[in-house]
Design a binder for this molecule. Sequence first.
Ligand SMILES: [Zn+2]
Length: 452
Amino acid sequence: MAFLKTVGLRSIVLYILLAVFLGGVGYLVVNLFLNGRTWAMQPYNGHLGSQMGDILDCDGAVLATSKEGERQYSEDATVRRALLHTIGDTAGYIGTGVQSTMGGKLTGYNFITGLNQTPFSQLGSTVTLTVDQDVCAAAYTAMDGHNGAAILYNYENGDILCKVSAPSFDPSDVPEDLETNDAYKGAYLDNTLSSSFTPGSIFKLVTVAAAMEKWPEDWSSRTYDCWGAQDVGGSDITCLHGESHGTQDAFSAMGNSCNIYFAQLANDVGRDSLQKKAEDMGFNQEFTFDGVAVAKSTIDLSSANANQLGWAGVGQYTVLANPYHMMVLAGAIANGGAYTQPRLADNPNLLSGLVQPGDRKLVTAVEASQLKSLMRSDVENYYGDWLFPEGMAVCAKTGTGEVGEGKGPNCWMMGFCDSSQYPYAFAVVVEEGTGGIETAGAVVSAMLQALV
Ligand SMILES: [Zn+2]
């Protein structure tokens, strides 16, 4: 009996050991599968620095390369800062950069072979991006030390030519006070993708689109009078600098950016119709870009009173807009209502955007054409075509989103060129600027000049 008992006990111990061993192997395999890519690309993995492939711009300029086991970036300091968020930093804190999102291709990491070269896997592939380093540097320089975002793409083929976020820093010479100096607060965040800002008057495009849907026949002939200030729901809505615009229709109100017109229009359209139209145009909706979930533009009018609805109609109240979304919306207006999915590289395997070209309409074709004529009139009759290179037929809307707290406004410009030679759509936001045209218009102008 005693003998049998011992054997039984030994078997149990063996079975337990076997179970622990198999469990451990299983755990490793699952973890390798889930985290292998991340492990392989950890910056302290010396293997990687020497093997990560080059990143080139659309003209073949080297934006990042590996030399003597170290990651090196463009030789031009402005280009390094302008493209920091698009490329990513060496330490890997900027998770939305190409060195993270396309890391698998750059390192040649493969689940089966890891980072080991085999006849079936190639290490350190080169990635050619759609961005143009000169356009990015021009936008960064024109932002003149202010925080914000500038993004521009070809609305026909989806190529992103410019994607710049500030605050930025030099990835080749990372500042020692990066974590402690307030000037670098939010420097790991790509504002084009991961932030939303008070839109101010660019939101008037949404308010007028809601009017187009409600009154398709006579939205443009509705008029409201502006005397600089107007009681809406018990308190005043005011126009910028207390300016009186007189009797306004949709075209003059858009050109003058008359708050009193759009505050009353928002109330006549109604809370639910404005909320629904904003959502149809992409507010409260998730957009993805190369596998990155873009920060939503948001609107919630559910508890807005008449005065708050008026302020929401001019892009204040609690409305927020994301620059990537505003660019896509401008692209949709340019494209007859549906937008082309933006991309940073030519390789279709690298694209994980859920929406394919032409799939998703943000406005109807009729609304797109009407919004286009309003935005073209803004530039032709109010901002001035002289701001932009000749022949680009820029269609745009500016905005100054008031953020309070003694801070200067968010200065916006979104729009596109109505031109088959220059099929570009853009959105620019500059924090603490002086005005939409002066501050954001200067950035748009610099990007378009660099594209000629
Ligand atoms: Zn006015």
